[in-house]
Design a binder for this molecule. Sequence first.
Ligand code: ZN
Length: 484
Amino acid sequence: MSGRLEGLEPSKVFHFFEEICSIPHGSYHVDEISGYLEDFAIKRKLRYVRDKENNVIIYRDASKGYEDRPVTILQGHMDMVAVNDDPEIDMDVTPVDVCHDDEYIYARGSSLGGDDGIAVAYMLAILDDDSIQAPAIEAVFTTNEEVGMDGAIALDPGLLRGKRLINLDSEEEGIFIAGCAGGIKMRAGMELELSELAAVENESCIKVSVSGLLGGHSGEMIIKNRANAIKICGRLSYDICGRFDVRFVDIKGGTKSNAIADKAEFEILVNGGDISVLKSVIAEVEHEIKNEYRQKDDDIKIIVEESNLGERAVFSGSSLKKLASFIMAMPDGVQAMCGWTEGLPLTSLNVGIIERKGNMVYTYHELRSQMGSSLRALKKSVTTVADAFGAVCENSSEYPEWEYRESSPLRDEMCRVYREMYSAEPKIEVIHAGLECGILAQKIDGFDAVSIGPDILDIHTTKEKLSIKSTERVWKYLLKVLSA
Ligand SMILES: [Zn+2]
């Protein structure tokens, strides 16, 4: 496989992109790509560092006449979300089957890794060409961004002189990202009380399932106020506990803390004689919920059916009452909006998973904020609510925000070059999701950054595609910025 992208412009960028595609580089499998970057530097006698997280930094001296300009850091991540259609294919050892049509580059049967391979290709093309006019460059290739930003977290800031950073991990041309949210993943655990009795005669096991919700990424989509299936289960079980004598069997829902739960279900034991009334109570709540989410989440389905208790343990009705109250009381969704940017949440949280393990129920929450102080306050709220119901909270991971700065000489400069090239204004955006810039902002004093990139559609899916024309425009723009 070579020469698939030959003839496309910018040729050097696509040459390196194709080389990267030939090396499997899904998250956690970055040894080989990191070694490739190291070899690249050795062959060209460029100074470099490869650290124990496999991050690579390659240094390029200033061009003649650019010695006095501020050092510029270029940055992107070398790992990709490797997904494919065919479960037989092992992406850890299989190269990306890259191809193109008139408009786009894509991969047959898998994700492409344009996120963030295009950043790697841009940086290599710059490092490879001495004729490109630029200040001193520190090209930073980080690892495992897609699975918790481990590389950026471990990066030693002592290896960098620059304070100006162009991050190349954005997917929409013409949008300059100038700030991102910080976040905390939290887990709350509540103990259930076992019920002495097994199922008694006359008791039936009932399963209530909530499905058909839109869900979505809890950073990007939280602003839409969509329904959360776990919250709906909390509300249904709260109403049931208030009306019937029930016992508790099981609950589960959601798949990721950073995804709005699109389905969830719980099981209870209820007196056989109560089933038809219980069904009508649930139908009533379903009607209310559908009405509340009208035109936001139109396919919510709540199904009540008999299930089989089998040999499973049974928990007390008061355990369910406590759990339902906890879910009801726990804040969820957008908590505050920013005053300085229209339409941007300041602080939000999402319950993404609920699961029972033995006699414990765990809920997983993703908290986000554009400001550290507001994030810390929200964390206190979550802990306080959990405490009130005897649940114990733990943090699993935490990443800092990149706070929007009013004053940014780099951004001003990049806007000026953009205006000159396109006679248009770029759109400055702050996002309610995490970026490596947040971590780097904490490490580098006087951090001044902008995140850009060419158009990439459907990242993290097998439909991912990279616009050829946009790649070329962003390349020319980047060169203009460096030589400005
Ligand atoms: Zn990325």
